[in-house]
Design a protein around this ligand. Structure first.
Ligand code: FES
Length: 86
């Protein structure tokens, strides 16, 4: 049986282990079941979460290792630090 590789990252200070190849958008959903994977807040304070999953809507913008990136277009890496503005 093939062993499943996992990676560990931190999302808003919380450590999470996911399968290698998981997108950061999916990790947000896994980590934030209560807030449905909210990535950020709009200027009016509304919760925004990944929508299109293909890099078009930009609703999944988060800070990854200090740089603003699209969560749906970024795969989780070991030691990655993700900060949402949610
Ligand atoms: S979910 Fe639309 S750009 Fe990431």
């Amino acid at each position: 049986m093939k062993k499943t590789e996992t990676v560990a990252l931190r999302i808003n200070g919380q450590t999470l282990s996911v399968r290698a190849g998981t997108s950061v958008a999916a990790a947000l959903r896994i980590a934030g079941s209560a807030d449905m994977g909210t990535a950020r807040r709009s200027v009016l304070g509304q919760a925004r979460a990944p929508f299109c999953g293909m890099g078009i809507c930009h609703e999944c913008r988060v800070d990854i290792d200090g740089r603003r990136r699209l969560a749906c277009q970024t795969r989780c890496e070991d030691g990655m630090v993700v900060e949402t503005s949610a």
